[in-house]
Design a protein around this ligand. Structure first.
Ligand code: ASP
Ligand code: MG
Length: 604
């Protein structure tokens, strides 16, 4: 007999009709010989309605009272579902988070789960009852036993945490879409259902999939190796499996990582090639990386800075032993990259063999503004200058001087309390049983603004100041790029940094930085609100030459100019003009053959 945890989202329990349908599905699962714990969200848009009610009486309601209010939504749906089950002669009992013993930090509105007591659950399961648990809520450890919530969308997290604590055989997340799709079907109707995705890919696709599956839930599943599947409560289709690597043994105490960073990695075996002053027009990155791919060279990081005037820099890293070949390719291409007509010198190639890449990773950094800043600060305190920066949803990578390696590594491990050997690495070998395509899905984010700061003195501590200030203002930074280019201003080398933030924060961020710029002598701070970010994600792109080239070529064929490029191990993101975002997404989805015949039905 298997123990299964099922979670039903708001639309799946949006009406009493739907609740009856869910009850039938539950009974069917029980009849197949399974024990069942069911987690439910609030009915339909209840939580939004409650939030609006609060706004009617208070401009800035305190988080404690918000938790008190929002936690009621789930209490309605668990009671109704449990009644329905009993009406259908299925023994059942509903329990709130507090009654189960879902113990969280005392951090209202964004509490993390510390531990789940299982004795009461087990008692009811032993009696053959279906236990219906309120998602999204818990109880604090403090004496006062405060009701807490986990943050919007948190019932996925409740479900996976319950599954892990009960050592369930699997966790099923029922929603109103058939599973995880290769991209947003409202934009690309040819989007296909994925049979399977790795947890690491899912985390990098957070901007695509977060509405379907909460990243914190994915991280728990990955850390404890819990089989997870996302499927529709409207059909009997098998949905999408989220596969995790074999887990390392881990305690169930402090279950949700309270640490935002769970890995620090250092790669000494890298060398850097930079092409300076290439024309800012479609097709340049495509030509360069197609040639690199033709030579069968695998690139790791790729960074393209935001342009100044009509020229760009592109830098990339490769393993040290192929640096000569990579350099030769760049040298061969450079003369043909003269911008015509131009008042700039022709493109120049720069090679640096004495670099290393240091990175931090962890799903906990999603939506936490201070993490990148803390990394930069730590490096600054250790006297380490950062040469390049590239970030993704769950990773920050910095290129530094090889000589600074040891100091960088030990100070980061200390700052983030991470043992460098204990990192959950996302490399393909961890998923040896699955067949991992180079690109699993593509995402478009049209909700970002791009900021650029010019002429930042090239010395330790600058990035720390910039992103520290933004963190202080609670502005979450998404993609950060520090380019290769070094301008010499008043005899001092300077660099540019560009990054993206949520569009609504664009002007705020600019205002805050303008003040800092005055104090620290930076150059101009500019903001562009009309951008879009297109990303490809796939664990199979590791050690597979040509993926970046294909991406850039697809954009070039559509005459789309790439403004910025940033990469992580399993993700490549390009910033393009906003009005080209949709065209870019379609072209890329097509280029990687992700399109299919079947039309996947999704509710509006
Ligand atoms: N009801 C909560 C929300 O709407 C939690 C959830 O549905 O996951 O955010
Ligand atoms: Mg949800």
């Amino acid at each position: 007999m298997a123990l299964v945890v099922q979670k039903y989202g708001g639309t799946s329990v949006g009406s009493t009709e739907r609740i009856k349908a869910v009850a039938q599905r539950i009974i069917k699962t029980v009849r197949q010989g399974n024990s069942l714990v069911v987690v439910v969200s609030a009915m339909g848009k209840t939580t939004d309605t409650l939030v609006n009610l609060a706004k009617e009486v208070s401009t800035n309601p305190c988080r404690r009272e918000m938790d008190m209010l929002l936690s009621t939504g789930e209490q309605v749906s668990i009671a109704l579902l449990s009644m329905t089950l009993k009406e259908m002669e299925q023994p059942a009992i509903s329990l709130t988070g507090a009654q189960v013993g879902i113990v969280t930090e005392a951090e209202h509105s964004r509490a993390r789960i510390l531990q789940i007591k299982t004795n009461r659950l087990e008692k009811h399961l032993d009696r053959g009852e279906v236990v219906v648990v309120a998602g999204f809520q818990g109880i604090s450890t403090s004496e006062d036993l405060e009701i807490t919530t986990l943050g919007r969308g948190g019932s996925d997290t409740s479900a996976v945490a319950l599954a892990v604590s009960l050592k369930a055989d699997r966790c099923e997340i029922y929603t109103d879409v058939p599973g995880i799709l290769t991209t947003d079907p409202r934009i690309v109707p040819e989007a296909q259902l994925m049979e399977e995705i790795t947890a690491d890919e899912m985390l990098e696709l957070a901007s695509l999939g977060a509405k379907v599956l909460h990243p914190r839930a994915v991280e728990i599943a990955r850390n404890y190796g819990m089989p997870l599947v996302v499927l529709s409560s409207w059909s009997d289709n098998p949905g999408t499996k989220v596969v995790s690597p074999l887990p390392k043994p881990r305690s169930l105490n402090g279950l949700e990582i309270t640490k935002a960073v769970d890995g620090v990695e250092l790669d000494r075996n890298q060398a850097k090639v930079a092409l300076l002053r290439v024309p800012d027009c479609p097709g340049i990155a495509a030509r360069l990386f197609s040639e690199i791919a033709r030579q069968n060279l695998d690139v790791d990081l790729i960074i393209q800075s935001v342009h100044e005037g009509n020229i760009n820099d592109i830098a990339f890293t490769v393993v040290k032993k192929v640096i000569k070949q990579a350099e030769a390719v760049a040298e061969a291409i450079a003369p043909s990259l003269r911008s015509q007509p131009t008042n700039y010198d022709e493109a120049e190639v720069m090679v640096d063999k004495s670099i290393a890449k240091v990175e931090i990773s962890g799903a906990g950094m999603i939506g936490r503004p201070g993490i990148a800043a803390k990394m930069f600060e730590t490096l600054a305190e250790a006297g380490v200058n950062i040469e390049m920066i590239s970030t993704s949803e769950v990773k920050v990578s910095c290129v530094i001087d090889e000589e600074d390696c040891d100091r960088a590594l030990s100070s980061l491990c200390q700052a983030f309390e991470v043992d460098s050997s204990a990192l959950p690495s996302s490399t393909q070998d961890n998923y040896s049983n699955s067949n991992v395509p180079p690109v699993r899905g593509v995402a478009l984010d049209r909700n970002q603004a791009r900021l650029a700061i010019r002429h930042i003195p090239d010395r330790p501590g600058m990035a720390a100041q910039i992103f520290g200030l933004l963190a202080e203002k609670n502005i979450s930074v998404d993609m950060i790029i520090q380019s290769q280019r070094c301008h010499v201003i008043n005899d001092l080398p300077t660099r540019d940094i560009a990054f993206t933030v949520a569009r609504a924060e664009g002007e705020n961020a600019k205002k805050a930085l303008n003040e800092l710029a005055k104090d620290l002598g930076f150059g101009e701070v500019s903001v562009d609100l009309a951008i879009a970010k297109v990303s490809i994600v796939g664990a199979g792109m590791i050690a597979q030459p040509g993926v970046a080239a294909k991406f850039f070529t697809a954009l070039a064929q559509e005459q789309i100019n790439i403004q910025m490029i940033a990469t992580s191990e399993i993700k490549i993101s390009c910033v393009v003009a906003e009005d080209e975002g949709v065209k870019a997404l379609k072209a890329v989805h097509d280029a990687f053959n992700l399109a299919g015949e079947a039309q996947v039905e999704v509710p509006a």
